[in-house]
Design a protein around this ligand. Structure first.
Ligand SMILES: C[S@@+](CC[C@H](N)C(=O)[O-])C[C@H]1O[C@@H](n2cnc3c(N)ncnc32)[C@H](O)[C@@H]1O
Length: 186
């Protein structure tokens, strides 16, 4: 990419960060059913009775959960009815607790990952399943993503937030990973 373009992108990102403007918009079409299925398959090995879906989007996770599992959908916009409206970039968080926190495609949109992860940990009783497009493997410059952590940086933040890694799997080889973590106190 030419240097001028790189500099322009850098300043655009700075301007957004200054405003803490959410970069996700409804016009961004997506279909992440497969990733959600993949993540819910991964958590089959752990017990949980409630799930908080962080950045729940269309609440696709709900249809793959047993009706016995309590589902707590949280998002900054009312994309789907019954969503609990909280903007993680404003430091807001759902006051409730859940056994399992599901973070499918949310961390990339968070300007300050550590305060967000500390909030996840505070409201998490047991497990956290998180997807992330790793910084060191990103080929494209995705303007909508407002952070770019390497695997080591991400794991260091998760450790600081009080999580221990149980398992990690490539969802898209050499691009996107899914991490299953537990609270250190368990
Ligand atoms: C890539 S989509 C993922 C949707 C869903 N989790 C999935 O995997 O199908 C990102 C979601 O995060 C939500 N989101 C983005 N920024 C947010 C913020 N600051 N606070 C809460 N939700 C946010 C968006 O509205 C969107 O629904």
């Amino acid at each position: 990419m030419p240097l001028v373009e790189k500099i322009c992108q850098f300043f655009k990102l700075l301007a957004k960060k200054a405003k803490s403007e959410n970069t996700w918009t409804l016009s961004m079409k997506y279909k992440f059913d497969d990733r959600i299925k993949f993540m819910l398959d991964m958590v089959k090995e752990v017990p949980y009775k409630s799930v908080m879906d962080l950045g729940c989007g269309n609440q696709d996770a709900k249809k793959y959960l047993s009706p016995a599992v309590e589902y707590i959908p949280v998002n900054y916009m009312n994309q789907t009815p019954n969503t609990i409206i909280r903007d993680f970039n404003k430091g807001q968080f759902c006051e409730r607790e859940a056994d399992l926190m599901l973070g499918s495609g949310i961390l990339e949109y968070i300007y300050d990952p550590l305060p967000f992860l500390l909030n996840v940990s505070k409201h998490c009783r047991c497990y956290f399943c998180l997807s992330y497009v790793l910084g060191e493997y990103r080929k494209e410059k995705a303007e909508k993503w407002v952070n770019s952590l390497t695997r080591d940086e991400l794991l260091a933040l998760l450790d600081l937030a009080g999580f221990t890694l149980i398992r990690e799997e490539w969802y898209q080889p050499n691009h996107q990973k899914v991490f299953l973590l537990s609270k250190k106190s368990l």
